[in-house]
Design a protein around this ligand. Sequence first.
Ligand SMILES: Cc1ncc(CN)c(N)n1
Length: 232
Amino acid sequence: MKNLETSSMEEPEKTGMIDTWLDKHSSIYTAATRHAFVVSIRDGSVDLSSFRTWLGQDYLFVRGFVPFVANVLIRAGKESGESSDMEVVLGGLASLYDEIEWFKREGSKWNVDFSTIVPQKANQEYRRFLEALMSSGVKYAVIMTAFWAIEAVYQESFAHCLEDGNKTPAELTGACHRWGNDGFKQYCLSVKNIAERCLENASSEVLAEAENVLVRVLEHEVAFWEMSRGGN
Ligand SMILES: Cc1ncc(CN)c(N)n1
């Protein structure tokens, strides 16, 4: 099983369209990556019932994310023109097996019975958005940009909970390491470089669509954190 925690091949960071868009939309990017829920994990004030809500809802989200990543994998095989894309996406897909097993262990630890949980509105809307992205009319550059943003928000958020000065409760550091570790960071960088390569050759229409999709992912991520805190 691919372990993204130990596969930290250094990937050079390049500046491209995505960084330009993140600068342009910095307030929603910050809202997604420094949400009050995440900050509350980092400063130790987190409400554990919110954490349990997040755990149950994210388990359901991840089950819907697996077919999305499988769709990205199929496109990487057919549309990318770069054979190494497939390995990067396959690594991410394989690691979702471990992630689901991790969720099940956490569910038992926190007494969250996944079989009784129904997806809340923000979760349903996010999953519907992913389904729309899987339609064949969506360009590879666009789905790759979305894929990067989905993974990067978690990487940035949970890495923040592990940075110097954190007061993250010991029982939550497992969640933070899952997405905040260096291997996951390198994997996100690999996905970003794929997206950037595709965007370099994209038409202005595709660029506009990718930018829009990036912002929509960030909005869905904010709504997901809000839901975890009892927002909707
Ligand atoms: C809502 C959400 N966004 C992103 C991830 C990271 N795959 C996640 N598990 N859940």
